[in-house]
Design a protein around this ligand. Structure first.
Ligand code: PBE
Length: 268
């Protein structure tokens, strides 16, 4: 593996996603911290463009290095691996947490309680993501998961009362994982009588809109690492409702057929 120089073939490019994503910022830190990544750059575009580039590379058995994360359907669809990260720049296991605006509990106690009780597992999120990527609409994939997992949904709504059009605005970023979770919780709340709007934003504005109280909340906070800076900046102006999913992870991801195992195997 010491012989292969993927850098040249890849034009020293790590295929990133949205510029505001935590995993992109962390990949930029990795480029600074790993001497062997000198000369490499993290390109930014969108999660969709990254997924397309990854799919094309796999189809042609070409090399590619992407900013990746778990849960994500790409691991079910392709044979992929995380590159080892001996400097631990990407951190360890993460949680996805729910954040709501201050005062929500008093103003909309039923909305607060459902958001507080929302939690599921990586396999749940992955099944919704996979269905969406295979062509089912976001809302329909959410509804399908709900009808197959009524026991979990019942636990989220337990102890709450149905409402008549109470408005809830959830914000998220167009990452596949957050499209899945936000649509599921939105559909659950609609079934309880809420008038739910979901609004995709960039990562920074997502956090700001919850902290300013402009919107109800979000289920898309990746901590402690990925969104650690945003959390530090806003934690005093929002309410942290804890994890809705355990065992998340970020890192650099490559196809299995590439002859590299560690970030340190990439050549300058
Ligand atoms: N992600 C998915 C996000 C959090 C959720 C890993 C792309 C990020 O990097 O900010």
């Amino acid at each position: 593996s010491e012989e292969v120089n993927y850098g040249e073939e890849l034009n020293y490019e790590i295929t990133g996603i949205e510029a505001g994503a935590g995993v992109v910022a962390t990949a930029e830190t990795a480029v600074e911290e790993y001497e062997n990544l000198s000369g490499w750059e993290v390109s930014t575009s969108s999660s969709g463009a990254m997924a397309t580039a990854l799919g094309e590379a796999v189809e042609n058995e070409e090399p590619i290095v992407v900013t990746g994360w778990t849960p994500h359907w790409k691991f079910a669809k392709y044979d992929l691996k995380y590159l080892e990260d001996p400097k631990e720049v990407f951190g360890g296991e993460e949680q996805i947490k729910t954040m709501v605006r201050q005062g929500l509990e008093e103003e909309k106690p039923n909305a607060y309680k459902i958001l507080d009780q929302f939690n599921w597992e990586a396999a749940d999120m992955e099944s919704v993501m996979l269905e969406i990527t295979n062509g089912t609409s976001e809302q329909e994939a959410a509804q399908n998961w709900i009808s197959e997992n009524q026991d979990k949904v019942d636990a989220w709504t337990e102890g709450t009362e149905e409402v008549d059009g109470t408005e809830v605005e959830l914000v998220y970023v167009n990452w596949d994982s957050e499209i899945a979770s936000t649509n599921v919780i939105a559909e659950v709340m609609r079934e309880q009588g809420f008038d739910v709007t979901i609004t995709p934003l960039d990562n920074g504005p997502m956090w700001e809109s919850v902290a300013s109280g402009e919107v109800t909340g979000m289920v898309a906070a990746w901590l402690p690492g990925t969104h650690g800076d945003l959390y530090e900046e806003h934690k005093d102006s929002l309410e942290d409702l804890g994890a809705n999913l355990e065992g998340a992870k970020i890192g650099l991801v490559v196809p299995e057929y590439m002859d590299v195992d560690s970030i340190e195997d990439l050549k300058p």
